[in-house]
Design a protein around this ligand. Structure first.
Ligand code: KIV
Ligand code: ZN
Length: 522
């Protein structure tokens, strides 16, 4: 590697993170996250697991086509058809990475794969060679390396490098190791594997015992030069190493780490975190380091006194340095199309990744209702613009409710465009939203079970809009829907219709494929 101090940031929010979500993301949603990761300065974006579903394949291809700086990567088991699927997703691109993995610990090899270690070794070598036919950027991972006998680990790392792996990833898949122990494993690999300098050694640490960030850093202190992580620490079970934590630890303690650095643009961290939390519907806990709403709040009198005298008394990182700032882009109904395009550009959304006409016409409607529109509103319009681009079956065209206290019976009238026809339904419920939901169920003919419902303010104070998130269960699968409006009842209606459109699309895909349930995750 040319620069021995640089640590490559490999983001797996869209693969390890996404596979842990209740409902999968659409290709457009994944693209939005990918673009924010690219803006953040991530080096490699693991966009998905192309063999796992047509949606993942489409998302990988879409992301690959739209990235300008970052390398796109797809996951595969050590199976030829998985590797072929990665190539299928990325063919035509100048550069892409194939990431192939197989488990190496005794428990995984014997109990899960029901094979011997020698078979696993052969599969790893054959898969790396197969992947090298398609690209010269091949990563190999030894799943559950943290619990793999060290002799086996050394042998398979050496064999994978000899077969052509350019990155070898060492995962602590179950988040089992302690920092010193983990650092020792990485050091042993550097001491014992003769060709180790021919590949970048990577670490991928899960957070089951809360050690993921510490373990990733000891990995780096012992020679690893790639960290696999996810925004907000998303990932299987307790999650992956959190990108923002590891990036800020490296930046803040660069001297202690002997000049190690990443290419992460810290000032874009807050934005990426909010985009990921919004699209995945996984809110950031308030006390989460770096990106939690409490991460920079000083509560006790003694702390407040200290901060007023000198911020550094209790603040090792400033909120501004990770991009928390006042929302300063104010737009009104008088703002023209150019202004909206320029604002979106500033926020990191390049033309071609969204439909300007669609966003602008919805911006005007919002500006008429709200007066001032802020940058987070504009971003929200993008999050909510997917329905137009994918085949939308249901569209809310009008809504009216009567609600009140005591003797008023909550009543709703809802008008929905279903395909090309517009239909209206009226009904009652135990509250105005229940009345609206009863109408929507009758109009669409979809009887899904509502499993969660939440209303949050998007934005702050009087300028906020209502964001409703719903999860519904239908035919054994979970679907997520989102709605945003200055009117929370309309937001609730939009959220349910959004989820029903996903159900409709899933049914179409299943009919086309003649398959009931796509494979999900690894
Ligand atoms: O945790 C893990 O081992 C993984 C591999 C697929 C890299 O996610
Ligand atoms: Zn993982």
């Amino acid at each position: 590697m040319s620069d021995s101090k640089r640590v490559i940031i490999f983001d797996t929010t869209l693969r390890d993170g996404e596979q842990a979500l209740q409902a999968s993301l659409s290709p457009r949603q994944k693209l939005q996250i990918a673009l924010s990761l690219e803006q953040l300065g991530v080096d490699v974006i693991e966009a998905g697991f192309p063999i796992s579903s047509p949606g993942d394949m489409e998302a990988c291809a879409l992301i690959g086509k739209n990235l300008k700086e970052a390398t796109v990567c797809g996951l595969s088991r050590c199976v030829e058809k998985d590797i072929d699927a990665c190539n299928e997703a990325f063919k035509g691109l100048d550069h892409f990475r194939i990431h192939t993995f197989i488990a190496t610990s005794d428990i995984h090899v014997q109990e899960k794969l029901r094979k011997g270690f020698e078979d696993v070794l052969d599969m790893a070598v054959a898969s790396v060679k197969h992947a090298r036919r398609y690209t010269d950027d091949v990563e190999f991972s030894c799943e559950d390396a943290g619990r793999t006998p060290i002799d086996h680990l050394c042998r398979i790392v050496e064999a994978a490098i000899n077969a052509g792996a350019t990155t070898v990833n060492i995962p602590d898949t179950v988040g089992y190791t302690f920092p010193l122990e983990w650092g020792g494993i990485i050091k042993t690999l550097f001491d014992r594997v003769p060709n180790i300098d021919k590949a970048v050694i990577s670490v991928h640490c899960h957070n089951d015992l809360g050690m993921a960030t510490a373990n990733s850093l000891t990995g780096v202190q012992n020679g690893a030069r790639q960290i696999e992580c996810a925004v907000n620490g998303l990932g299987e079970r307790a999650g992956n190493c959190s990108l923002e934590e590891v990036a800020m630890a490296i930046k803040t303690r660069a001297q202690y780490l002997d000049g190690i650095y990443t290419r992460i643009r810290a000032e874009n961290i807050a934005r990426a975190s909010q985009i990921v939390a919004g699209i995945t519907n996984e809110p950031v806990p308030p006390h989460k380091p770096i990106v939690g709403s409490n991460a920079f709040a000083h509560s006790s009198g003694i702390h407040q006194d200290g901060v007023l005298k000198n911020r550094s008394t209790y603040e090792i990182i400033t909120p501004e340095s990770v991009g928390f700032k006042e929302n300063n882009l104010h737009m009104t109904a008088r703002s023209g199309r150019h202004m909206i395009k320029a604002c979106l550009e500033k926020l990191g959304y390049h033309e071609g990744t969204y439909d300007l006409n669609d966003v602008y016409s919805r911006f005007l409607k919002l500006a008429d209702r709200k007066g001032q529109v802020f940058d987070y509103d504009l971003e929200a319009l993008l999050f909510f613009s997917h329905e137009k681009e994918e085949d939308t079956q249901f569209e809310l065209t009008a809504l009216n409710v009567i609600a009140g206290s005591k003797s008023v019976i909550p009543t709703a009238s809802v008008k929905i465009k279903i395909g090309k026809r517009v239909r209206t339904e009226s009904g009652t419920g135990n509250g105005p939203i229940d009345a609206v939901y009863n109408c929507i169920a009758r109009l669409t003919g979809i009887r899904a079970t509502l499993t969660s419902f939440s209303i949050n303010a998007k934005g702050s104070g009087m300028n906020a809009q209502g964001q409703v998130d719903v999860d519904v269960q239908y035919n054994g699968r979970q679907y997520h829907g989102k709605g945003l409006s200055t009117d929370v009842i309309e937001a609730a209606a939009l959220a349910l219709i959004n989820a029903y459109n996903s159900i409709y699309r899933a049914q179409i895909i299943e009919q086309e494929r003649g398959v009931q349930e796509p494979m999900k995750g690894v």
